[in-house]
Ligand binder design. Structure first.
Ligand code: CP3
Length: 353
């Protein structure tokens, strides 16, 4: 089967630090609860995981933000917690409380018993979603595949859900580091095969979400988060369908460590809003592209203040190749969808060459 040509490839070009006609833009969590059509689909599907497990529903919600806005990339609708779920931990979502696991892992014995899930078996539903979405996109924009970093997955698996201080995982890390390494090793292996399967099924770029790496000390970040993301990057398929498959590394709160993140061999770094684009570009811009970095809370402001902040960030990056515009973290359920439009259109308007 021949695949349709990519009609809009400015996202992939920017990740390769090639010239573009305007700065590409997408939003982390662009398919989600701030969109009324998403809430309607979730109601039809029954639950969030039902949306993920059914390829037609996953495809429908992936495309919703693209129907509304001139976005330059689509992101697979799924979740980072599909892997621990497929390991048999019993993932469920309690209304208003976020994700929970029925059987958290806290001892060497628990961790030794965890299987490496089959990317084409237990996680085959994700690959179905990737193929279905890729086909429906029909070359409109590239499709991003993703996974959580081993450290970030471990926080949910040991804490049993979301946490503010990661007390249980950090206690284990300082008391029995070898047990945490065993878990992170299994996760790195699982994530690598999961991402490679996504690439084989049609993901054209990959983002690794290290949402909680920034909670670590500098040496602990290297030992418990970065090292395992490095292992994943070393094991990924880097070219498919005759084109490079760029890898974006996003450690929220990682602004102090960009040089080491860039040295992993990734193609781009995702930045949160705490760092200046100019500073980041001067430090690593000859090695990697940069993605970011507007505070999602700016979307609570007025259209004029949103446009002003977009302009500021574009100016901060300057007239160079290698910028993908994004928020510094996911868009929240409280954002007015019209404000998301103002944001996306302003990126294109102010950056048109
Ligand atoms: O970006 C996209 O549009 C693609 C889909 C996507 C989701 N989760 C859908 C989702 C992606 C890329 C993720 C990643 C994810 N999931 C991360 C890393 C990014 C980040 O935000 O730091 C993390 C930490 C998770 C774990 C997770 N999943 C949490 C903490 C929650 C509950 C909090 C919340 O926002 O509701 C989820 C559920 C989830 N994942 C929802 C969506 C759209 C909301 C579910 C619902 O409809 O109620």
């Amino acid at each position: 089967m021949t695949l349709p040509v990519l009609k809009n490839d400015r996202f992939l070009r920017a990740l390769n630090r090639e010239s573009v006609d305007m700065t590409p833009v997408w939003m982390m969590r662009q398919a989600g609860r701030y969109l009324p059509e998403y809430r309607a689909s979730r109601k039809n599907a029954g639950s969030f995981m039902d949306l993920c497990r059914n390829a037609e529903f996953a495809c429908e919600v992936t495309l919703q933000p693209l129907e509304r806005y001139p976005l330059d990339a689509a992101i697979l609708f799924s979740d980072i917690l599909t892997i621990p779920d497929a390991m048999g931990m019993g993932l469920y979502f309690e209304a208003g409380e976020g994700p929970r696991f029925e059987r958290p892992v806290r001892t060497a014995k628990d961790i030794e018993a965890l299987p490496i899930p089959g990317a084409e078996d237990e996680l085959g539903y994700v690959m179905n979603a990737v193929s279905t979405i890729r086909k429906a996109l029909n070359g409109r924009v590239p499709l991003i595949g993703f996974a959580g970093s081993p450290w970030t997955l471990a926080t949910y698996m040991v804490e049993g859900g979301s946490s503010r201080d990661f007390r249980l995982l950090k206690e284990l890390m300082y008391k029995q580091p070898e047990v945490v390494h065993l878990l992170l090793d299994k996760l790195a292996e699982s994530v690598t095969s999961y991402l490679n399967a996504q690439i084989k099924h049609g993901a054209q770029a990959i983002q690794i979400f290290d949402s909680w790496g920034g909670a670590l000390s500098w040496p602990a970040y290297r030992e418990f988060s970065l090292q395992y993301m490095q292992k994943i990057i070393d094991g990924l398929i880097r070219e498919n369908e005759g084109r490079k498959v760029p890898v974006i590394l996003f450690t929220k709160g990682g602004g102090l460590w960009l040089e080491d993140m860039a040295a992993t061999g990734c193609d781009a770094l995702g930045l949160d809003w705490t760092i200046s684009m100019e500073n980041a570009r001067q430090r690593v811009g000859d090695k990697v592209a940069l993605q970011g970095n507007m505070d999602p809370a700016v979307l609570y402001g007025s259209p004029e203040s949103i446009r002003k902040e977009v302009k500021r960030i574009l100016d901060d990056f300057g007239p160079h190749n290698g910028h993908v515009f994004n928020l510094g973290h996911g868009i929240t359920p409280f954002v007015d969808p019209e404000h998301a439009r103002v944001f996306i259109e302003a990126v294109h308007e102010f950056s048109a060459r």
